[in-house]
Ligand binder design. Structure first.
Ligand SMILES: [Zn+2]
Ligand SMILES: [Zn+2]
Length: 309
């Protein structure tokens, strides 16, 4: 049992475009802040500029999770990794992604004779199976297969903890020193100034917290993901096209807004966030409306959107 000092579980969208960016839309990248540990999910071109623009303290990144090796998800990586070195980073950094991610980075750094100030560790993931990327007892990160044109994985983040919440009116009605409140939150008995002893259960409630986020980009409509993303608090699922281009979506390994909404509904998620829009759509409202027709709890994912999970 630990005291709960930090409750952050926040998503920030840095890029929402598919292959061709524009002046207002940037390729895929998201930052997930979990208790001040930062996970970067995908790293399209210009991601480091977006991190500066949104004042993210990106040296706190511990992991970069890459969905697949298409350029709009990975071409920002060499520059970002090099900048971290110019900023004198010393903490190690883990990059997870499908097979080939290590070669991709190693080759670029070999040809550019780049040497980093910190250690990079690679986790090359088998995109045919699911598995665990990270588990520290509080945060679990899993990967799972998606269905695109090249090996692609999605990610699921679960944050789960049990903590004590003070019954503050009751606690303050006894002459218990404020500096002992921390002991109650840690489950220890405390005594008041008269020598009376109270058990932690009398003065606090045991709360079970569990929230989750899943990232699915890029993928065709793929029902196999349902078991991987079942019941998540928030789902990001690509919505590259409107349903009228469903044939094109299938050919290119993408989903329509309607398909993303169907996945969200079938998986019983709390909220759906859209993204990875084709450059043909200036106005994104039709994408949102198409999702709403199936899944009303849809939020339009756009650059700078911050969402508490
Ligand atoms: Zn893409
Ligand atoms: Zn792709």
């Amino acid at each position: 049992m630990t005291r709960r000092s930090n409750t952050a579980f926040e998503l920030l969208i840095l890029g929402s475009s598919s292959a061709i960016p524009s002046d207002s839309r940037h390729p895929s990248a998201q930052i997930l802040n979990i208790r001040d540990r930062l996970f970067l999910i995908d790293c399209g071109e210009g991601t480091q500029n977006r991190l500066w623009a949104h004042r993210v303290r990106w040296n706190r990144m511990s992991h970069i999770l890459i969905s697949h090796l298409h350029g709009d998800h990975v071409f920002g990586l060499p520059g970002l990794l090099t900048s971290l070195s110019h900023l004198q980073r010393t903490q190690p950094l883990t990059i997870a992604g499908p097979l080939g991610i290590k070669n991709f980075v190693d080759n670029i750094f070999s040809h550019s004779r780049t040497h980093l100030s910190y250690n990079l560790t690679f986790m090359e993931l088998d995109s045919e199976v699911e598995g665990m990327v990270w588990d520290d007892g509080l945060i679990r990160v899993r990967w799972f297969p998606l269905n695109h044109r090249i090996p692609t994985v999605g990610y699921r983040f679960d944050v789960e903890e049990t903590y004590r919440k003070l019954k503050i009116e009751k606690v303050s009605s006894f002459p218990i020193p404020v500096n002992r409140y921390r002991d109650i939150q840690e489950g220890k008995p405390v005594s008041d100034s008269g020598g009376n002893i109270y058990q932690a259960d009398e003065l606090s409630d045991l709360i079970h917290y569990h929230k989750s986020y899943a990232y699915c980009s890029d993928t065709r409509y793929f029902e196999s993901v349902l078991e991987n993303i079942k019941g998540v608090s928030v789902l990001y699922h690509e919505t590259t096209y409107l349903e009228e281009l469903s044939l094109k979506a299938n050919e290119t390994g993408h989903s329509t807004a309607l398909q993303a909404a169907m996945i969200a509904k079938k998986a019983g998620v709390g909220k759906l966030i859209t993204g990875h829009y084709s450059s043909r759509y200036d106005d994104l409202m039709p994408i949102l409306q198409e999702c709403h027709s199936v899944f009303p709890e849809t939020i339009l994912g756009t650059e700078g959107l911050r969402l508490e999970i």
